[in-house]
Design a protein around this ligand. Structure first.
Ligand code: B1M
Length: 253
């Protein structure tokens, strides 16, 4: 249960009760708030955390507003509220306790908070975790999974340039030239569009840019073996492991 046990009030978050991997119901534990260390702004951070876990975008915005009003820095709100909650959402997803729809609503709620924080983060000059360019490959219009990866990366502090769907190798190459990202991420949902990932890597080589960017790939039909075969630097099966992969690739870039 991790942070759930300490951070949810009794009766809170009824909609989030989800079957656990063991088949049990994931029910918030009795109130252990008294055991959570109290400090200035702690209530606001707990509010943000709970609202992201609940996928309640309106509440995320109001609690982020309150946190700014009581004087918390944008960095503290990002790390202690939004990212902490999304990290937990990712963990619960990986353990089979959260499912894609829950991860999506939480990610969207987190983005609503992020939109409010962005101007403050820029003003505070917080260094980003890295820069990533992402897109769904040529011929492919599936973008739900890619959007989820974008949101999770933004939630983890990455600056993300989202090229959208149906992105040609040339557009990926141009984006690497223009934005100089640490990581280039490609998503494909169709077996027929997976070869475009290989074409993009070839196009990067031809443009002399392959050594300047780490390439990660993902999407339902993509596998680790395929990623290795086409010369990508990494593959991840879901959005939360994509964050870990992007972080490790960024540290190598
Ligand atoms: Co399409 N579709 N679809 N579709 N569609 C699939 C993919 C399909 C498996 C359905 C099926 O037949 N069972 C099948 C592909 C078969 C194949 O190639 N093996 C298929 C087909 C055939 C088609 C069309 C050709 C149908 C037609 O027109 N005849 C057509 C193609 C259009 C095109 O792209 N040119 C088509 C169209 C569509 C819709 C437009 C209707 C819609 C897309 C809407 C949209 O995305 N805006 C759609 C949908 C919704 C699906 C299914 C039902 C769901 C896909 C999805 O969003 N999953 C899908 C069947 C299925 O998967 N069960 C299907 C949820 C999403 C969160 O998961 O995208 O896997 P996913 O992302 C995950 C991971 O893969 C990973 O993280 C994400 C979150 O954990 N991940 C990455 C993804 N990208 C990553 C990148 C990374 C790292 C991780 O690093 C960069």
């Amino acid at each position: 249960m991790g942070r759930w046990a300490g951070l949810f009030r009794p009766g809170h978050c009824k909609a989030r009760v989800a079957p656990s991997s063991a088949g049990k119901l994931l029910i918030p534990q009795p109130n252990r708030l008294n055991q959570v260390r109290k400090g200035p702004g702690m209530n606001e951070l707990e509010g943000i955390y709970s609202a992201v876990m609940d996928g309640d975008a309106g509440k995320v915005q109001s609690t982020v507003g309150q946190a700014l009003n009581v004087g918390l820095s944008a960095e503290a709100i990002l790390d202690g509220g939004l990212i902490a909650a999304m990290t937990e959402v990712g963990r619960l997803f990986e353990e089979g306790e959260f499912f894609v729809p829950e991860m999506l609503v939480s990610a969207r709620a987190m983005q609503a908070g992020l939109a409010l924080l962005k101007p403050h983060l820029t003003a505070e000059g917080i260094p980003s975790a890295g820069k990533a360019v992402l897109g769904t490959v040529k011929g492919d219009l599936h973008d739900i999974g890619k959007n989820l990866v974008v949101m999770m990366l933004e939630g983890a502090g990455f600056e993300v340039v989202d090229l959208g769907t149906d992105v040609t190798p040339d557009r990926f190459v141009q984006a690497v030239r223009d934005h100089q990202p640490h990581v280039l991420g490609m998503s494909a949902l169709l077996t027929t569009t997976m070869p475009s990932m290989a074409s993009t890597i070839s196009a990067l080589k031809e443009a002399g840019l392959r050594d300047r960017v780490k390439v990660m790939v993902g999407g339902a039909p993509v596998t680790d073996a395929f990623a290795t075969r086409i010369g990508a630097d990494g593959y991840s099966p879901d959005a939360s492991s994509a964050v870990r992969l992007a972080k490790s690739l960024t540290s190598m870039a």
